[in-house]
Write a protein that binds this ligand. Structure first.
Ligand code: 5GP
Length: 207
């Protein structure tokens, strides 16, 4: 059985990073796709952990080598999902989370059947703005771009299977965990296990 692709999108500052970290706790075989980006590394981020930070030239050469499942220009930088990383996990039967923007989500949906799409919605525009301001990672101009893009991004919510409103962090993380767990209970995801159980019924001969 192949693993499931979980696509998670939200506007910048929507808090998906924290939610994903919390929701993954205690769930096995659920990996995280580390994207490539040309954006500058932020304080507290690490090469190969949050992203693979590369130059524009390196990114272009990865495009030429067909290394991306999808890539997009987001808020003025390039971001791309590693095809080989995703294939490796899915083929090993692991689920994998893609934390990508709405354009990337659209591309993946068109290429991969059966992905599960989750949109993280901030409780309001004002909350999103204050979260972005408080994290102090963006310049004033970058902040403006991210907020104006947020207006477009939230309008895409209907393309997603689940919407989680990130008001109370604990509740939202719990809801995300529910989606991860619920998907694993789908009949087709449990085929092998069910077949073994049913075999035990077939072999049972009662007088
Ligand atoms: P940030 O610069 O705040 O880390 O991310 C900016 C945006 O880029 C976020 O919406 C994030 O989800 C998105 N992003 C991160 N990695 C990828 C990727 O591989 N592909 C696409 N399309 N978007 C990505």
């Amino acid at each position: 059985m192949k693993g499931t692709l979980f696509i998670i999108s939200s506007p910048s500052g929507g808090g998906k990073g924290t939610l994903i970290r919390e929701a993954r706790k205690g769930i096995s075989n659920l990996s995280y796709s580390v994207s490539y980006t040309t954006r500058e590394i932020r304080e507290g981020e690490a090469q190969g952990k949050n992203y693979f930070f590369v130059s524009v030239d390196e990114f272009k050469s990865l495009i030429d080598k067909d290394e991306f499942l999808e890539y997009a220009e987001v808020h003025g930088n390039f971001y791309g999902t590693s095809k080989s990383q995703v294939e490796k996990e899915i083929d090993a039967g692991n689920d994998i989370i893609l934390e990508i923007d709405v354009q990337g989500a659209e591309i993946v949906r068109s290429k991969v059947k059966g992905s599960v799409n989750i949109f993280i919605l901030p409780p309001s525009y004002d909350v999103l703005k204050s979260r972005l301001l408080n994290r102090k990672t963006e310049s004033a101009s970058d902040l403006k771009i991210r907020l104006s893009n947020a207006v477009k991004e939230v309008s895409e919510y209907k393309k997603f299977d689940f919407v989680i409103v990130n008001d109370d962090k604990e509740i939202a993380a719990d809801e995300l965990k529910t989606v991860f767990r619920g998907e694993r209970l789908r009949t087709d995801r449990q085929e092998t296990r069910i077949r073994d159980i049913l075999n035990s019924f077939e072999n049972a001969i009662e007088d």
